[in-house]
Structures are given as C-alpha cells and as structure tokens.
Design a protein around this ligand. Structure first.
Ligand code: FES
Length: 313
C-alpha cells in the first residue's frame, strides 16, 4: 500500500498558505452583513472577553471565502482588537481552519490508530489514487478536497470517513470509492447519522452558529447501538455516576482544607456575591445581556492595555 504523497499541487498549496500569512490583508472585502453577523457572534461572549469569539469568527470568514485568507485574518483581528499575528497563530494551530481553497466537499479519512488498523490507511490510499490527490489537495473541478484526519471521535464505527464533518460509518475501500464517485456526480449521499450533507461553506456557517433551515436536520439521529452500549449496560446493572456538584465540592474541600476554605456568603447576600465553584462558573454579562457595554458587540473592540494584543503584529 502506498499512501498519497504531496505532488506539485501540494507544494503549490503550501506556497499559497504561506502567502496568506505574509499578505497584509484587507478587512473591507467583508460587507455589512458579515460585520453584523460578526457583532452577533461577539455578543455571545462575556464583556471584556471578546477575543473568545475568534474561533466562530474564523468559521464565519471561512464560510464566505472557502478558506481563511489574509483578508479573513485581518477582518478577525480588526473586529476583536487582536494582532494579525495572534489570529494567524490560531489559524495555523487548528486543522479545521483551511489555508488554501477548499472544495465543495471536504472528505476526511481517519487514519488514527483504530481506524488505520481497520482499513483507514487503505481507504486513504485508494481515494488518493482514485482522485489523483495527495493529502489536503483539491480536485481540479473544486468538488473534493481530500485529507487524512486524526481521531474523528467515532471509533465505535471505525473505519470512519466524514464529508463536511458528517459521518459515514464502517467504511471499506469499495464504499468510500462509491461515496466520492457519487459526490463527483453531483449526488449527496445520506450520512450514516446526523444531518444531511451540505456544502463546505454551508457547514462552516453552521459551525459559526448560523443555522439555515434547509441545511438542518433537527430530528436526525446522531447516535446508534455501538455508541449506547455502555449506557445500556449501566442502566441494566443499576450503575449510577456520583453527582457532579458533590464531586466538585469534595474536591475543592480536599484541595483547600477546612481552615482555608473561602467564607460562605450569608443567606441574605445578593446573587452576585455568592461564591462560585470556580471563576469559570461565575455568571458573566455579555453585551447581549448588558446593553450598557455596546463596545463588545463588534467592530470597536480595543486591546486591553498591557495585553498581548497590544504587542507586535
Ligand atoms: S480512531 Fe478513527 S474515529 Fe477514532
């Protein structure tokens, strides 16, 4: 078995991805609607923490351009008050952010240990041969991008292939070849579980949190018998899990000791003074819940003095 290797096209892809990081980028290529949707995303996050909106914001720009361009990087930096270097660091870390144009269907073949042992490597090699593609390359008609993927969190259905992140379970070389042939013929085969297929740009829009009714399948079944084996056995045997709240309280007591435990708020204390289990559990206002902080609803966010966002880029 020979795994696909990158061709001249692959090397060109690499050059393209580097160019995207070196270009200054022009955020003005994104129109009013994108700016409004960016503000909607940012408003989901706590005041003063708008940088947390970067991940969905990158999916939003990817849904428009099919990949994260220099313009997308500049747009996200501008909206969040980050440096382009900070945005680029995130883009280059996560594989879901594509730095070269992506086809209508992103076909991901899991070649991690379990899938690889059960046929994932053969499937990836067969699809590379059938499509004449190396890893992370796209067909000339821009229909399919092929990539190998690390564990896709569906080991109980190995070997796994996903198309635009929808699952095609228990694949074989033959079934995977049929799948990509159908995609190239303009068909949209039904995934084994979850929502029906949509285009790469449409799924990116959904990941950003914008759900178009026609691409959603709210009633779609996302689990199957193998996924639920453990739960079914636990129910049959009467096994239960300890309460999450009790477990956290016990752990905190053990860590802090009774003498150093923080004082408990009196029963009459207002809700905001009530100690929380951790800083992450504290109720936080967003610009949606607190309209007195419109600056976090997008566009005018400024880096906090002394933050990393004020340096370089
Ligand atoms: S190893 Fe392939 S889905 Fe986990």
């Amino acid at each position: 078995m020979t795994l696909p290797t990158n061709s001249d096209a692959g090397r060109e892809n690499f050059r393209t991805s580097v160019i995207q990081l070196e270009r200054p980028g022009d955020p003005s290529v994104f129109g009013e609607q994108t700016r409004a949707e960016a503000a909607e995303i940012i408003a989901r996050y706590p005041i003063g923490q708008s940088r947390s909106a970067l991940l969905p914001l990158l999916h939003l720009v990817q849904s428009e351009q099919g990949y994260v361009t220099a313009d997308g990087i500049a747009f996200c930096a501008e909206r969040l008050g980050l440096t382009k270097a900070q945005v680029s660091a995130v883009v280059t870390f996560y594989t879901m952010y594509k730095r070269v144009p992506t086809g209508e269907y992103l076909v991901s073949v899991c070649t991690n240990t379990l899938c690889g042992m059960l046929g994932g490597d053969e499937i990836f090699a067969a699809l590379g041969e059938a499509l004449d593609l190396g890893d992370n390359e796209t067909t000339a008609d821009a229909t399919i991008t092929l990539e190998h993927a690390e564990c896709l969190a569906a080991c109980d259905y190995a070997p796994i292939v996903t198309v635009n992140y929808e699952f095609f379970d228990n694949q074989t070389v033959a079934s995977a070849r049929e799948l990509v042939a159908a995609l190239r013929d303009g068909e949209r085969p039904l995934p084994s579980r979850g929502a029906p297929l949509c285009s790469f740009k449409q799924i990116e829009r959904q990941i950003a949190g914008f759900h178009d009714a026609e691409t959603l399948a709210p009633d779609a079944n996302s689990t199957g018998v193998p996924t639920e084996v453990g739960v079914r056995l636990a129910v049959e045997r009467g096994h239960t899990a300890p309460s999450y709240a009790v477990e956290r309280t016990d752990r905190r007591s053990a860590e802090n000791g009774a003498a150093t435990a923080p004082p408990t708020a009196p029963p009459t204390a207002p809700p905001t003074a009530t100690p929380t289990t951790s800083a992450h559990d504290a109720p936080l206002n967003t610009s949606v819940s607190d309209p007195e902080h419109p600056q976090d609803s997008g566009g005018d966010a400024k880096p906090e003095p002394g933050s990393a966002a004020t340096a370089g880029g």
